[in-house]
Design a protein around this ligand. Structure first.
Ligand SMILES: Nc1ncnc2c1ncn2[C@@H]1O[C@H](COP(=O)(O)OP(=O)(O)OP(=O)(O)O)[C@@H](O)[C@H]1O
Ligand SMILES: [Mg+2]
Length: 259
């Protein structure tokens, strides 16, 4: 089954065409890579899928239904969640509270019991915290729960963003450069984590990365963008030997992983 389908999607910002006639589809359970040079339009594609921007032309379907024109919160509730290239945490809240907020979005709070902190509310808050701790545990952050989010090194902040995205119970997870700033050892560890989470939560995953080791080890298919347009699509093997991709992005001297 196709989880996500973009058909002829174009996004213009004034004179700039950030995405041009992009058609892409992801099957359930796939990990798809989205790669390309800086400014190719990758993050813009995420912003279109998640309703941050309206498309200029084209349609986006999620689980067979159109989501073009929906608000970001409607899209999140539909089952698409994401992390951000520029980390967006509540910096002065604790690590735990950053995830509680996401867990909480699935709960409803009648106002009066909340104001008077009735036992039912206290029980609910406890359940939310326990639930949030489980998400912290899956990314290995449970021992950091009480620290302020901005006291974490960037690599851990990125994992916290992943925990928060998971707490929104997505079926489709969009990761925008989760390994940014990581060394090869850290990005290898992150690749293993992404694979584990993908399986544990039965996700479909779309992954933007400049770390080719992460892309090539994880992705079933890779979609390459350049200047807003599709340059190529294929398996890791096909992409790593595609002359146009080597020229525009990977570099002529690029050596295939494992060679
Ligand atoms: N809100 C905006 N207003 C105007 N131009 C924008 C906006 N967002 C993106 N762009 C432009 O669209 C193009 C694509 O940007 P985008 O951020 O999608 O690239 P990217 O592939 O994610 O690059 P990177 O790898 O550097 O993150 C760029 O030329 C960028 O300047
Ligand atoms: Mg980007």
């Amino acid at each position: 089954m196709k989880v996500l389908e973009l058909n002829g999607v174009t996004k213009k910002f004034g004179g700039i065409t950030a995405c041009k006639d992009i058609s892409l589809s992801i099957n359930q359970g796939q990990i798809m890579g989205l790669i390309g040079p800086n400014g190719a339009g990758k993050t813009t594609a995420f912003n279109l899928i998640t309703g941050v921007y309206d498309v200029t032309e084209g349609t986006i379907h999620y689980e067979g239904k159109p989501i073009t024109g929906k608000r970001p919160d409607q899209i999140v509730y539909g089952g698409i969640s994401r992390t951000f290239q520029n980390i967006r945490l509540f910096r002065n809240l604790s690590v735990l509270d950053n995830v509680c907020i996401a867990v909480d979005r699935h709960e409803t709070y009648p106002l009066a019991p909340a104001l008077f902190r009735l036992p039912s509310v206290i029980r609910k808050e406890k359940a939310i915290r326990e639930h949030a701790m489980e998400y912290l545990a899956v990314v290995g952050l449970e021992e950091k729960a009480s620290l302020r989010a901005d006291s974490l090194p960037y690599g851990l902040q990125r994992k916290l963003e992943i925990a928060r995205a998971l707490a929104l119970k997505p079926k489709l997870l969009l990761l925008d450069e989760p390994a940014a700033g990581m060394n090869p050892e850290e990005s290898l560890e992150l690749s293993k984590l992404i694979r584990q989470l993908h399986e544990k939560f039965s996700l479909t995953t779309l992954l933007i990365e400049h770390h080719m080791d992460v892309i090539m080890t994880l992705c079933d298919r890779i979609f390459v963008m350049n200047f807003g347009e599709k340059l190529a699509e294929g398996t890791a093997e096909e992409i790593q030997t595609n002359p146009e991709v080597l020229k525009a992005y990977l570099g002529e001297g690029y050596k295939r992983a494992g060679n």
